[in-house]
Design a protein around this ligand. Structure first.
Ligand code: AMP
Length: 287
């Protein structure tokens, strides 16, 4: 696996792959790789000969109050596991390489980005879309893989690709979970032992809503109440939002139909966790 740290070096490496007739699959990450990230690499490998992984903790998408400085950085381990999963190129730029001078242009999404994560993290998605646009232009992949885990991000990236005609196909991969149901996340390592136990409530909440929907409950208020009952605040859980939304715009629906999502963000102790489930899909059995 080639490790490159500048846009020009990525382009040289990819030109070589293209000259061999290889398809280029791209997995953008912020590192601290876990099995969820590795599933994206595996999926990219299944579709493309040349898999490019990027590791970049993008300061633009963190508010000054957020965890940019303490975000986990485990580059050596990340490179070893990416190579073991068959990535051909790892693009690991420094902040100065990505943002060498004053920035005058950004990709700013419209109203869909102002709710859910956008309401709690103003400016977050402009930071995400700006870096994804830059990195798409650098890598120019055939296929780019994102996780359903960050549903609003995946939805907004899809909107950007469609609205701005980026020549890339997106592949949104299912959520990889721990055996007890907790969605894998780089931030799970912030959880202490009691928070980790309490965090099981998130997937249990989604499982209960999913089960109620399968049992015929379609009224969104009733589904929310079923979910809320699984998130006890005396366990140190504070719910930011729990709702049933449409797949296209992530707008709240009054009556749920298959393909809608139940979305959830909650703080467990000091750690903010996200999760979601597509209604109509089976929820994995929890241990
Ligand atoms: P991040 O490093 O957190 O920016 O995540 C990089 C990519 O991995 C994003 O597209 C995420 O949605 C995806 N991802 C994160 N957690 C998971 C998971 N548990 N299962 C599948 N994909 C994930």
């Amino acid at each position: 696996m080639q490790v490159v740290r500048s846009a020009s070096a990525v382009r040289v490496a990819i030109r070589a792959a293209r000259s061999r007739g290889e398809c280029v699959g791209f997995v953008p990450t912020m590192g601290a790789l876990h099995a969820g990230h590795l599933s994206l690499i595996d999926r990219a490998r299944a579709a493309c000969e040349c898999v490019v992984l990027s590791i970049f903790v993008n300061p633009l998408q963190f508010a000054p109050t957020e965890d940019l400085a303490k975000y986990p950085r485990t580059e050596a381990e990340d490179l070893a596991s990416a190579e073991a999963h068959g990535a051909a190129i790892a693009f690991v730029p420094a902040v100065e390489a990505m943002y060498p001078g004053p920035r005058m242009v950004a990709v700013v999404p419209n109203a869909m980005a102002d709710r859910w994560e956008g309401a709690v993290r103003p400016g977050h998605f402009a930071g995400v879309l700006t870096v994804v646009a830059k990195i798409f232009n650098i890598v120019q992949p055939d296929v780019a893989l994102f996780g359903q885990k960050d549903l609003q991000q995946a939805t907004l990236v899809s909107a950007m690709v469609r609205d701005l005609d980026f020549p890339v196909r997106l592949d949104i991969a299912p959520i990889v979970r721990e055996a007890d149901g907790l969605a894998m996340s780089s931030r799970n390592r912030y959880l202490d032992a009691s928070d980790r136990l309490a965090a099981r409530a998130l997937s249990r909440c989604l499982a209960a809503v999913s089960q109620a929907f399968s049992d015929g409950v379609c009224d969104a208020a009733t589904l929310r109440a079923v979910g809320d009952a699984m998130l006890p605040s005396d366990d140190g859980i504070t719910t930011d939002y729990l709702d049933v939304v449409s797949a296209s715009l992530l707008e709240p629906v009054a009556r749920a139909t298959p393909g809608d999502y139940v979305i959830l963000a909650a703080r467990v102790g000091a750690t903010r966790l996200l999760d979601n489930h597509r209604l109509g899909d089976p929820f994995p059995v929890l241990t």
